[in-house]
Ligand binder design. Sequence first.
Ligand SMILES: *[C@@H]1O[C@H](CO)[C@@H](O)[C@H](O)[C@H]1NC(C)=O
Ligand SMILES: *[C@@H]1O[C@H](CO)[C@@H](O)[C@H](O)[C@H]1NC(C)=O
Ligand SMILES: *[C@@H]1O[C@H](CO)[C@@H](O)[C@H](O)[C@H]1NC(C)=O
Ligand SMILES: *[C@@H]1O[C@H](CO)[C@@H](O)[C@H](O)[C@H]1NC(C)=O
Ligand SMILES: *[C@@H]1O[C@H](CO)[C@@H](O)[C@H](O)[C@H]1NC(C)=O
Ligand SMILES: *[C@@H]1O[C@H](CO)[C@@H](O)[C@H](O)[C@H]1NC(C)=O
Ligand SMILES: *[C@@H]1O[C@H](CO)[C@@H](O)[C@H](O)[C@H]1NC(C)=O
Ligand SMILES: *[C@@H]1O[C@H](CO)[C@@H](O)[C@H](O)[C@H]1NC(C)=O
Ligand SMILES: *[C@@H]1O[C@H](CO)[C@@H](O)[C@H](O)[C@H]1NC(C)=O
Ligand SMILES: *[C@@H]1O[C@H](CO)[C@@H](O)[C@H](O)[C@H]1NC(C)=O
Ligand SMILES: *[C@@H]1O[C@H](CO)[C@@H](O)[C@H](O)[C@H]1NC(C)=O
Ligand SMILES: *[C@@H]1O[C@H](CO)[C@@H](O)[C@H](O)[C@H]1NC(C)=O
Length: 650
Amino acid sequence: MQGSSLLPGLCFLLSFFGAVIPKIKASCNCPPNASCVNNSHCTCNSGYISGSKQKLFTFPLETCNDINECGPPYSVYCGSNAACHNVEGSFYCRCAPGYRLQSGEERFSNSSENTCQDTNSSKTTQGKKELQKIVDTFESLLTNQTLWRTEGRQEISSTATTILRDVESKVLETALKAPEQKVQKIQNSSVAIETRVITDNCSEERKTFNLNVQMNSMDIHCNDVIQKDTQGPSAVAFISYSSLGNIINATFFEETDEKDRVFLNSQVVSAAIGPKRNVSLSKSVTLTFQHVKMNHSIKKAFCVYWENTKQGGLWSRDGCFLIHVNKSHTMCNCSHLSSFAVLMAFSSQEEDPVLTIITYVGLSLSLLSLLLAALTFLLCKTIQNTSTSLHLQLSLCLFVAHLLFLVGIDQTESKVLCAIIAGALHYLYLAAFTWMLLEGLHLFLTARNLTVVNYSSINRLMKWIMFPVGYGVPAVTVAISAASRPHLYGTADRCWLHLDQGFIWGFLGPVCAIFSVNLVFFILVFWILKRKLSSLNSEVSTIQNTRMLAFKATAQLFILGCTWCLGFLQVGPAAQVVAYLFTIINSLQGFFIFLVYCLLSQQVQKQYQKWFREIVKSKSESETYTLSSKMGPDSKPSEGDVFPGQVKRK
Ligand SMILES: *[C@@H]1O[C@H](CO)[C@@H](O)[C@H](O)[C@H]1NC(C)=O
Ligand SMILES: *[C@@H]1O[C@H](CO)[C@@H](O)[C@H](O)[C@H]1NC(C)=O
Ligand SMILES: *[C@@H]1O[C@H](CO)[C@@H](O)[C@H](O)[C@H]1NC(C)=O
Ligand SMILES: *[C@@H]1O[C@H](CO)[C@@H](O)[C@H](O)[C@H]1NC(C)=O
Ligand SMILES: *[C@@H]1O[C@H](CO)[C@@H](O)[C@H](O)[C@H]1NC(C)=O
Ligand SMILES: *[C@@H]1O[C@H](CO)[C@@H](O)[C@H](O)[C@H]1NC(C)=O
Ligand SMILES: *[C@@H]1O[C@H](CO)[C@@H](O)[C@H](O)[C@H]1NC(C)=O
Ligand SMILES: *[C@@H]1O[C@H](CO)[C@@H](O)[C@H](O)[C@H]1NC(C)=O
Ligand SMILES: *[C@@H]1O[C@H](CO)[C@@H](O)[C@H](O)[C@H]1NC(C)=O
Ligand SMILES: *[C@@H]1O[C@H](CO)[C@@H](O)[C@H](O)[C@H]1NC(C)=O
Ligand SMILES: *[C@@H]1O[C@H](CO)[C@@H](O)[C@H](O)[C@H]1NC(C)=O
Ligand SMILES: *[C@@H]1O[C@H](CO)[C@@H](O)[C@H](O)[C@H]1NC(C)=O
């Protein structure tokens, strides 16, 4: 039904266009540069005249030719020191060579707009001379050693404040003295200046206009430049200082508690309007800075202005916002006029090479240990039980997490890939921590039930909750994090969680909780064992035994992830030392797993010895003997496997 009702409509539309379009075309068949008046008559466009000199024509072979406005009979007059230039369909006036418009523009179209003046004329050169004088004064101040050699930061900053203010007001004064000189520009190696004078109500100018000196530009709204309650012209000045940033550098940044070292990565620019100096802006100005150093990876960027204070001056962020930053440029919006600059923190410069080496070496050792441990747990059939499967999962999670960390943490080129890596790392490390928690729980349950021969019930419980908890809880956590703020995965310099908006607590929160719980488990286990040991057999618990217990307990502390809390101490004066300690200890976690669960476990030792004997049987018998005799004496089988080799049930 629908199809059949559509068909007539379609047919109607097709026939309508088919009928109408040819008619329009046929009615208005005018030559080039002409247009139709009605369906029979054409007229030439402005700037053209028909061959028959008729205004309206119907003859289809009529042509429209360009009018030479500069020649007779029109002979447009452009005013003195200017000449008319004809172009196809139009014309323009241009100042004669050696002359130029006051506005700096190239072309005009009416003698009434003729402001052509001798480029050597006093008015033109006067302004330039005055600007040059300002530049020279500034340069002499900048290079005056006695002015800057002082140690006092306050003196330096107040001198800089005075100089900036003086240059601004002198430049504006110069611009306003010659308002007919609409645009003035001067550039020197150390300072570049552009001024604009506005004499009307922003009718002639574009609504916003752009001032551009050296590598920086400013967009300001015309209405903010004109000053309604003052008579006469208004002016805006934009000044760029190429070397002033070496004097009022990033050490004058007010936020000195920033952990990152910041650098001035742009020229210092000044923007001012006159004659009234401090009027508030209705629309913010947009500043675009080109960076001085381009090939650094930017960690943070700040748009700052030079705030005049009682103490002289400092770089402040109030009222200036970062809009956009890429490798080469920074854009800022500021709600007031002053002197501006861009401060940046670079990530590459604060990287500690020693710490990097420690991380790589430690993680590599850990990876190797974890691989060996995982292989042992997998291949050694005789020791397989609940605790070894816990160890196995923990080893696997840590192994994959560390491997991905080594390979992927710096893959910041692709944003999507980086976010995926950050998410995967988040998941893997959370999973590793969850397995550490399960280890702690298992340890505690085992210790508590040591005397009760009810080991199998714990095993059954652990088997039930192990995998859903170990892999499910981290997955839920990461899913919630990723769903709420996916853009916070992956930062500019590493594929990890953003520190903004407390997002990192999606990792730190669970980790803190886990190591607190594990610490409690650990203390309880230690206390239970101590009590049992002394009650069981006071003669056996010799000093050596206690020492061994202490060592294994410490190792257990590492395995349970309690050492990760060192990460929180990485502030204050000892931060560097703690950072080293943190890196070393946590890189060794894998090694401790291998040491405690494999090298120091009797069952595993036996298995190793068996394998070792098989391998070297044909080669050397004596070597095996030495090894087994070394490990032999204090290795008695332990079923507990709490602190392996220590707990002996009677
Ligand atoms: C006038 O016609 C010529 C020839 O078709 C064309 O090249 C030219 O662009 C036209 N001029 C204008 C102002 O349209
Ligand atoms: C078209 O306009 C011309 C001039 O205005 C007029 O003489 C002529 O009659 C008009 N033709 C039609 C068909 O309206
Ligand atoms: C401007 O001065 C230069 C030399 O100073 C001279 O050659 C030139 O003719 C002058 N231009 C005019 C328009 O007078
Ligand atoms: C030139 O300007 C004068 C005065 O503003 C005006 O009367 C005249 O029509 C203009 N001429 C052209 C060709 O625009
Ligand atoms: C910059 O100023 C110095 C001294 O004032 C002057 O010698 C030099 O020629 C100027 N450079 C330029 C490019 O104007
Ligand atoms: C440098 O500055 C000091 C203090 O303002 C002034 O006394 C001295 O004359 C200046 N020297 C030069 C070479 O300009
Ligand atoms: C500018 O605008 C104000 C009011 O908006 C008006 O009083 C004044 O005459 C205008 N000036 C010019 C030069 O157009
Ligand atoms: C920063 O400026 C101060 C004084 O102007 C100077 O003493 C210091 O060496 C500068 N620091 C850097 C890193 O350039
Ligand atoms: C600038 O404005 C403030 C208040 O906004 C005023 O106290 C101060 O006197 C003004 N300064 C000048 C030079 O007009
Ligand atoms: C920056 O300022 C310009 C001009 O006032 C405005 O159009 C733009 O929306 C501002 N951008 C932001 C991000 O505030
Ligand atoms: C910055 O990097 C670009 C390409 O990424 C390279 O062409 C340029 O030479 C580098 N500049 C410096 C100063 O290293
Ligand atoms: C950086 O931003 C500026 C200003 O928005 C733009 O002109 C420039 O092309 C950008 N550069 C790159 C490499 O994206």
